[in-house]
Design a protein. Structure first.
Length: 267
C-alpha cells in the first residue's frame, strides 16, 4: 500500500485556491492513501467564531466533501484532510476521509489546542476506525490528539493499522510523540503537517512542517523539512501492524493489565 502526505501552506480563507492546489498536487502522484494537513481547505487562525462558522461546512454533505469524494474516485486514492465542520450551531475540527467508492467519513478532534477552545466544540466520537480495504483499517486523529496516548491506543484496540494525522503543529513535540505512539501501538503513522505563518493582531503562529511517516517499530520512513512544500509517498505493508509483539513473548495489546489501570485519580 502506497501511503503519503502532502505538506504545504494553505491560503487563509481561500477554499477554491486550496482545493485547486491539492488537486494539482495529487494529480502528479500514484498512491493509495494521501493525508493532508489540519484545516487545509480554509487556513487556521480565524478571528471569531462567526468567521470560522462561515468557513465551515456540513460533513459529509457540503461542497468540500463532494469535491474530495470526486477527487478520490478519479484518482482512486483514499484522501484524508482537515476542515471545519458545521453541525447545527457548532463547529468541529474534523479529519475527513474520502474513498474511491465515494464514501466520506469523519472524526471530530477530541482534544482542542489552546485558543481552539474558544471557537470549536470538542469532538464527541469514540475514535472510530474505517476500512481502507477489506484487510486494511484506518484511524484518524487531529493534531493535538497526539499528546493523549489513550487516543491512539483506542484506535489500535479498534484495529487501526494506519493512523492518519492531519496537523497544524506549532510545537516541535509531535515528531517525537508520534514515533512513540506508533511504536507502543505497533501501527503505521502518517503525520501531515503544514508550513508557513499565520498572523492575526498580536497572534502569530509559525507552523513547523516536518511531516513524517513512521513504521510500527518506530522507524521514521520519511520526513519532510520544516519549510518546504513536499509530497512524499512510501510503500508499506499494513499487515506488519497486525503483529503486536514487542518480543517473542510480549504482545503489547494482549499483555496489558487493564485490571490495574486507572481512568482518573485515586478516590
Ligand atoms: C494543534 O492542535 N493544531 C496544535
Amino acid at each position: 500500500v502506497r501511503v503519503g502526505f502532502f505538506q504545504f501552506q494553505p491560503a487563509f480563507h481561500d477554499r477554491p485556491a486550496n482545493l485547486a492546489r491539492i488537486e494539482q498536487a495529487l494529480g502528479q502522484v500514484e498512491a493509495d492513501l494521501i493525508v493532508l494537513p489540519e484545516m487545509c481547505t480554509t487556513g487556521y487562525l480565524f478571528g471569531s467564531r462567526a468567521e470560522l462558522a462561515q468557513a465551515a461546512e456540513p460533513v459529509p454533505d457540503g461542497p468540500t466533501c463532494r469535491f474530495f469524494a470526486g477527487l478520490a474516485a478519479r484518482t482512486k486514492m483514499t484522501i484524508v484532510w482537515g476542515m471545519p465542520e458545521l453541525s447545527l450551531d457548532r463547529v468541529f475540527n474534523d479529519a475527513v476521509m474520502a474513498r474511491p467508492d465515494g464514501s466520506v467519513n469523519c472524526f471530530r478532534k477530541a482534544h482542542l489546542f489552546l485558543d481552539e477552545q474558544d471557537f470549536f466544540a470538542r469532538g464527541d466520537m469514540p475514535f472510530p476506525v474505517f476500512d481502507h480495504s477489506p484487510s486494511v483499517k484506518l484511524g484518524m486523529l487531529v493534531c493535538f490528539d497526539h499528546y493523549f496516548p489513550e487516543a491512539a491506543r483506542s484506535l489500535a484496540l479498534a484495529g487501526a493499522q494506519i493512523i492518519c494525522h492531519p496537523s497544524n503543529l506549532v510545537l516541535a513535540v509531535a515528531q517525537r510523540t508520534t514515533v512513540v505512539r506508533a511504536l507502543e501501538n505497533r501501527v503505521f503513522w502518517v503525520l501531515a503537517n503544514r508550513t508557513g505563518v499565520e498572523e492575526l493582531g498580536r497572534k502569530r503562529l509559525a507552523f513547523t512542517g516536518r511531516s513524517q511517516i513512521v513504521a510500527p517499530d518506530g522507524t521514521v520512513l520519511a520526513r519532510a523539512d520544516s519549510a518546504r512544500e513536499q509530497l512524499t509517498v512510501v510503500e508499506i505493508d499494513p499487515t506488519q501492524a497486525l503483529d503486536k509483539r514487542a518480543t517473542a513473548r510480549n504482545d503489547l495489546l494482549a499483555d496489558r493489565r487493564t485490571e490495574l489501570y486507572r481512568l482518573g485519580p485515586c478516590a
